[in-house]
Design a protein around this ligand. Structure first.
Ligand SMILES: [Zn+2]
Length: 346
């Protein structure tokens, strides 16, 4: 065989062997096979002295180049194997890929809205920036009312647009006004969203929180419809054993008005004389305010109060979530501590 062909054959065999060598041991065997003293290359080196002088130099040079190439490829493969071994410890714990989830408040908000949607309500959201007319005046809240004070409402330092000064809405009731200005009865709507008040932040207060507003207007709506809707909501959301209590109250935008309590589900669940931390021993928990929409509010929205009647209610979403999931501090919702949030991942 011509020497050049033999070298080509050796290199080809070497490449095949190298590609299959997965361990340091296998590489060492290959090194011995191709570069060892008994290798074919060594035997070819040994023949050089017997060759004609003009062939000696050419073959010697070619054999040396081949030897160096093989040594370099062995070294490269050895490094690759070492790296692969480092990255391939199958007993090593996998990298944890964390996936997102919906925030508990988003879920509670959605659950509340779904409960009312199943009772025939539609969901309509409102703007967070509004004007004095929609946040106060149209809701029968007079100019001198303390809630219109700068200490109770965030006014925006912007030129007045629409009706009166611009502000961050302090409740979701402006959605009710916006909707009623445009629509003609009958309708039944829930309107969820954020509201803002300059409250000192503590375990039960925040400068921003969420409310769900609900209202329905038709020619025949009565207070008993309001009671029926709220009872169905409470039983769906807090459990079938829950009872409701209506306490007379005052709100400017409803008449008559009531605050609504549910019977304490925590007391009902256990048989102990120990004072209950949820209801403070009273056996009732306040969950929302409600009433029949005041005729002034209907008139402000160009709905004839002689012909139409309606009810409205509003509840704090954080409060509902805190009650249902036994969360002791409102600030936990906003701190974005994943250890807290992931307990409620759906
Ligand atoms: Zn209780």
């Amino acid at each position: 065989m011509i020497a050049r062909e033999e070298i080509a054959q050796i290199v080809q065999e070497f490449e095949t062997d190298l590609a299959q060598a997965g361990s340091a041991e296998a590489l060492e065997k290959i090194r011995i096979k191709y570069l060892g003293r008994k290798s074919r290359l060594s035997r070819m080196f040994a023949k050089i002295p017997s060759l004609p002088p003009r062939e000696k130099g050419v073959l010697g040079k070619e054999l040396n180049v081949t030897k160096q190439k093989i040594a370099a490829k062995l070294e490269e493969k050895s490094q690759q194997n070492a790296q692969a071994e480092e990255g391939m410890d199958l007993t090593f714990p996998g990298e944890k890929i964390s996936h997102g989830g919906r925030h508990l408040l988003s879920r509670v908000l959605e659950d509340i809205c779904t409960t009312f949607e199943n009772l025939g309500f539609s969901v309509k959201e409102g703007a967070e920036i509004d004007d004095e007319w929609h946040n106060f005046s149209a809701l029968n809240i007079p100019l001198e009312h303390p809630s219109r004070d700068v200490f109770d409402t965030f006014y925006l330092n912007l030129p007045a647009q629409g009706k009166g000064k611009l502000l961050l809405r302090s409740h979701t009731s402006p959605s009710q006004i916006h909707f009623m200005e445009e629509a003609s009865p009958p309708f039944a709507i829930v309107s969820p969203g954020r509201v803002y008040r300059p409250d000192q932040v503590d375990a039960t207060h925040s400068f921003m929180f969420h409310q769900v507003e609900g209202f329905a207007v038709s020619e025949h709506i009565r207070f008993s419809d309001l009671k029926g809707v709220l009872l169905r909501f409470a039983k769906t959301y807090f459990g079938p054993g829950v009872e409701l209590r209506f306490r007379p109250h005052f709100f400017p935008f409803t008449e008559p008005s009531a605050e609504v309590d549910i019977s304490c589900f925590s007391c009902a669940a256990r048989d102990s004389d120990e004072k209950c931390s949820i209801c403070k021993g009273s056996r009732w928990i306040e969950i929302l305010g409600c009433g029949m929409i005041h005729p002034h509010v209907l008139s402000a929205c160009k709905i004839d109060p002689q012909r139409y009647r309606g009810f409205a209610f509003g509840m704090g979403v954080e409060r509902i979530a805190m009650l249902r999931y036994r969360i002791p501090d409102i600030r936990l919702f906003y701190e974005n501590d994943v250890r807290f949030l992931e307990q409620f991942r759906s």
